[in-house]
Write a protein that binds this ligand. Sequence first.
Ligand SMILES: Cc1cc2nc3c(=O)[nH]c(=O)nc-3n(C[C@H](O)[C@H](O)[C@H](O)COP(=O)(O)O)c2cc1C
Length: 211
Amino acid sequence: MTDPEGKVVTVGVTGASGAILAQAALRLLEADPRVAHVHLVVTETGQRLFAHELGILATHAKQLPALVTGTRATKIEVLPNKDVGASIASGSYSVDAMVVIPCSMGTLAAIANGTSEDLLARAADVVLKEGRRLVLCIRDTPFNRIHLENMLRAQQAGAVIMPAILSYYHQPKTIEDLVEQYVYRVLAQLGLPQEKQYQWRGQGKGKAQEA
Ligand SMILES: Cc1cc2nc3c(=O)[nH]c(=O)nc-3n(C[C@H](O)[C@H](O)[C@H](O)COP(=O)(O)O)c2cc1C
């Protein structure tokens, strides 16, 4: 059962490669009884990446959560990126944490420089000014100096820079294994530790905790 007093989380999805990461995060958040509500903001290019990488094309933005999660997605509310007057644009509205997954270099630049030009960038700006948790799952390779400087600026303003760098020491067999373990760590950074997160306990002893 969902805790009505549970966490309120904002999820931003941009046009960086890795729509599958957003999908895994949204599925876990929707299913998590500790989460009461998810605000979802998808940039125009983010929608394009859902179509290109996952074949998900919503004729109306409101359909996106159900299509992405494969559930009724009752907790996930889509907010238009153009609506800079939405609830999450104000610090008076209480959000526990925000993640941008995946986060493009363009949106990283907007956040690092406080441009607040659209709802996603404004919501991140608000999370930082209110001293709440902001996790940026940046993705590109290689990085240029501008990317690196923007990462440092955002980190110094309080963001957690969590590049979409996947791990292999848990011996993944499928893409899902790779994606899930990364997303478990992202959610743990949002204050939602995951029972299935692999924990290294020394050579030959690491294992995923049983649910
Ligand atoms: C198929 C595709 C893959 C892309 N992958 C990346 C990426 O991994 N990282 C990145 O920073 N930009 C990537 N881009 C470019 C961004 O989508 C582009 O810079 C866009 O303006 C970002 O805007 P947004 O942050 O508002 O979504 C990609 C674009 C396309 C079409």
